[in-house]
Ligand binder design. Structure first.
Ligand code: NI
Length: 174
């Protein structure tokens, strides 16, 4: 399992570059991303979250109708006009959850591990996760979608939680 970068680390807000080599190193990286996502019990993981500034994310919503998907160089082609609320969290901001408003459906164009182009039309949880992960490729976290007060409150919640967990670690070492 790879380390997951957390809120405050630069790589999470840096822009990503296109994948140009569809080689065995890419396959290994994506495999490690799936494993890391599974281990952390996430439904999606983007490359910046493991410190890699590349346009890659993986998704597994654990819903029978959806497959395990890897999106390389994704582009969201279309979003539906209707918006929906959904409570989101992020492996890079553990312990923090908040409602985020996003389009209910998306059409995404991407490449697979072999560089082959594909298009997915998604609704429901899959559409939600795709949009959340795609934001990571633009250096955006779900809390950046909130208004400033809500955003700042979520940062405080995260920092308080991180602080109390560190204290817990120190205590248990004694
Ligand atoms: Ni996330």
């Amino acid at each position: 399992m790879l380390d997951i970068y957390k809120l405050g680390e630069d790589v999470l807000s840096e822009p990503t570059t296109k994948v140009t080599e569809f080689d065995s190193a890419l396959k290994l990286l994506v495999e490690a991303m799936f494993e890391t996502m599974d281990e952390a019990e996430g439904v999606g993981l983007a490359a910046p979250q493991i410190g890699v500034s590349k346009r890659i994310f993986v998704v597994d919503t654990h819903q029978s109708e959806d497959e395990r998907l890897c999106f390389i160089n994704p582009e969201i082609l279309e979003t539906s006009p209707d918006l929906v609320h959904y409570e989101e969290g992020c492996l890079s901001v553990p312990g923090v959850y908040h409602d985020v408003v996003r389009p209910s459906h998306v059409t995404v164009h991407a490449q697979d591990l072999n560089g082959k182009a594909f298009t997915v039309k998604a609704g429901g949880l899959l559409a939600r996760v795709i949009q959340h992960e795609n934001d990571h490729l633009y250096g955006k976290l779900f809390i950046d979608r909130l208004d400033k007060d809500e955003h700042d409150m979520m940062v405080r919640v995260y920092e308080r939680r991180a602080k109390s967990q560190n204290k817990g670690k120190k205590r248990s070492r004694r």
